[in-house]
Design a protein around this ligand. Structure first.
Ligand code: ADP
Ligand code: MG
Length: 324
């Protein structure tokens, strides 16, 4: 690298005068970062890796990439009801492209600063473009939202909208034609996901189970159902209504496939006892995010999608699996 490794870190990632979460006692520069833990809290830790060609197109805007790399990690903290503290960044770069680094760092820190999440360390190496972030958050001991707490009779909810990121992906891959305006809005959903941190915090003590949607509703819900040992039925019409670009997708079956097969939505999927219905609504209002009740948990295992006449809708709703 023309720009040395340490100069690169100093110039783009080490912000000695930047905001710092008080939990970070020691940040970038030593062999380890030091985090001050709070008595009575548990640390919540999660990693996500973004690989060029696999998770993003080579021509993605660097600022959007910086945003997304952190957003998908923060989304995991949101799913657990954890508050972000700090993160590490392991970065493999083909070369030290300064305008690229500047944009990447801008997207990254803009989101980090919104959530008070401090870059505390990492690793930098030359290689194919690959970004691995590990986030650390905290949650009062025993209060983390897990996938395993859903019970038959609970209502099933999602935040925001679903399917538009997948729609953009298919358009960018040339598998679908979208009008420029529809491509623009759906592309924002793909490249600029919003981690639902305020909602995750507001759902502590209310949701019985929660997770974030990264690989598509049908598959991700399957994980929640198996962790909780129950099944679910979903309302087809309600699901169809979750796609924003509905005018671009006139066929309801096609809409349903986008919403259920989706991927890259980064919304929260959660269950809550029916008695918490109003508390859930209040949590959505407090967090400033729309919530939709999409169905109900049932004792019978499996996932059923039911139409307005009460009939099961059949279809294969493939969710994303890197090794399938
Ligand atoms: P080590 O040799 O101990 O692995 P390095 O020399 O790789 O440490 O890194 C020096 C310092 O810079 C460390 O504090 C490390 O955490 C930090 N660092 C390296 N790469 C990054 C990065 N991409 N983002 C943030 N901090 C980084
Ligand atoms: Mg060292």
């Amino acid at each position: 690298m023309a720009l040395g490794e340490f100069e690169l870190i100093r110039r783009y990632f080490r912000r000695d005068d930047g905001p710092r979460n008080p939990a970070v006692s020691l940040g970038i520069g030593d062999d380890c970062a030091l985090l001050q833990t709070t008595p009575g809290m548990q640390l919540a830790v999660s990693s996500d890796m973004l690989v060029e060609g696999r998770h993003f197109f080579p021509d993605i805007d660097a600022e959007a990439l910086g945003h997304k790399a952190l957003a998908v990690n923060l989304s995991d903290l949101a799913a657990c009801g954890a508050r972000p503290l700090a993160f590490t960044l392991a970065l493999s770069l083909p070369h030290a492209d300064e305008p690229w680094l500047e944009r990447f760092a801008r997207g990254l820190f803009e989101l980090a600063d919104v959530h008070g999440c401090t870059l505390m360390g990492g690793d930098t190496t030359r290689g194919p473009l690959n970004i691995c972030i590990t986030v650390v958050g905290e949650v009062p001991a025993g209060q983390a939202l897990l996938r395993s707490g859903a019970r038959p009779g609970d209502e099933l909810w999602v935040s925001g909208t679903l399917g538009d990121a997948r729609l953009a992906l298919e358009a960018l891959q040339g598998r679908r034609v979208l009008a420029p305006a529809a491509l623009e809005t759906s592309r924002l959903r793909l490249e600029r996901p919003t981690p639902r941190l305020a909602l995750g915090l507001a759902l502590r003590g209310i949701a019985s189970a929660a997770m974030d949607l990264s690989d598509g509703l049908a598959g991700d819900l399957g994980h929640l159902l198996s962790a909780s040992g129950c099944g679910a039925s979903l309302d087809a019409d309600t699901l169809c209504g979750l796609l924003v670009a509905s005018a671009a997708v006139p066929d309801p079956k096609d809409r349903l496939a986008l919403v259920l097969g989706g991927g890259d939505d980064y919304e929260l999927l959660f269950s809550a006892p029916a008695a918490q219905h109003e508390a859930v609504r209040a949590a959505g209002r407090a967090a400033g995010v729309a919530l939709t009740r999409i169905g109900r948990l049932e004792g019978a295992p499996g996932l059923r999608v039911i139409d307005a006449q009460g009939r099961p809708v059949h279809g294969r709703y493939a969710s994303f699996d890197h090794f399938a």
